[in-house]
Write a protein that binds this ligand. Sequence first.
Ligand code: BEZ
Length: 392
Amino acid sequence: MQLTWTHLARQSGALALCAMGASLALAQTPAKLKVGLMLPYTGTFASLGTAIENGFRQHVNELGGKIAGREVEYFKVDDESEPAKATDNVNKLIKRDQVDVLIGTVHSGVAMAMAKAAKESGTLLIVPNAGADAVTGAMCAPNIFRSSFSNWQPGYAMGEVMAKKGIKKVVTITWKYAAGDESVKGFKESFEKGGGMVVKELSLPFPNVEFQGLLTEIAATKPDAVFTFFAGGAAVKFVKDYAAAGLKTSIPLYGSGFITDGNLEAQGAAADGIITALHYADSLDTKRDKAFRLAYAKTFKMQPDVYAVQGYDAAQMLAIGLNATKGDATKAAEISAALGKATIDSPRGPFTISPSHNPVQDFYIRQAGAKENKKIGIASAKLADPGRGCKM
Ligand code: BEZ
C-alpha cells in the first residue's frame, strides 16, 4: 500500500490517542499488592509452610489474582523455624522488599519476632498458624491479626474434654518453647478446674526428637493418660515411638490436634484411635468444606489440612480488610473495624475475630482412624482466647 500524507497524519493521530489511552490506563492501574510470605520451607515444619502458602494462593486465585483491585505479587523468605534469624528475615521483607503485608509464620518464637517488627514498622501482619499467646495478648496491635488459634485454645478445649471423661492423672509431654509451654498451660487450666491433676510435665528442646528417655519415664509414672503437643515431622516420629514403646495400648494418648493433622498417612496404624481437639477436622461434611477440599486436592494434588485452611483464611481476612480501605494496607484502624464486624466463611466453619484479633471458633473433638481425623463431637463451642495483657 502506498502511504500518503493523509494516511500518515491519520495514523500518527491514532497512535497518539493510543499512547494517551495507555498512559491513562497505566495511571488508573493500582500498584501491585506486595505480599511477604515468611514461612518455614525447610525443617520439621516445612510441610506446614507449604500448606499455608497453598491455601493462601487458593483464595487469591479464586479472586482472580487480585485483592481489592490490586494484583498480588509474592515475596518469599524461608524462616527455617529459627527464632535467632527471625528479625533479619522479617526485615528482608519489610525493608528490602517493602511489602504491604506480612503473612507468617508457623513457629511461635519466630512469630513473636515478626509481631515486634510489624508493631514497630506499622506493617500489616496476619499470622496463619503460630499460636504464641502474646501475639494477640501483650503484643497485640491494631495492625496484627491471626487466622489460626492461640496456643491456649486447643489445650484448654482438650483439658475440658479429658476432665469430663473422668480422667484424673495426666503426664504432659512437649517441646520446651512457647507453643509447647502455652498448650500445656491452657490444658492444665481447664483440666485441673475440672478435677484432674497434671502429675508430671515432660519436655525436650525444639526441634529434638529423642523421645526414648521420656517415654520410659511415662511408663514408670503410669498416669491415666498423656496430653501432648508436637507438630510436623516430629509428631510423626513421636506417635510411632509411643506405639513402638508399647504405651499406645496401656496409656491413652491425647493432644492438641497438631499431633495428627496432616500426618496420618505417615503415622499409619500407630495413630489409630488418638483423640485430639482442634478447630478443623477431615470430615466436617459441610458444603463449604467439601468445595474447598475438592478444589485444593485438584490444584495441589494432595489433601488439605488445618494449615491449608488457616492460609486460605488469612487471604480471606486480608481481602475483607483491604476491601474496606480500597486496597490501602496502612489503614490499620479501618481494617480492624471491618474484621471486627465480619464473620469469616471458613472451611472450618464460620468464625469471628475477637477484640484482640484472634479467631473465636469451635473446637472439635476428633478421633484418628482410616487416615482421617474424624469429628466425633464439639469440645468447646465459640471458644475465645482471653487475650490476657492486650491493651489496644
Ligand atoms: C507454634 O509454634 O505455635 C506451632 C507450631 C506448629 C503447630 C502449631 C503451633
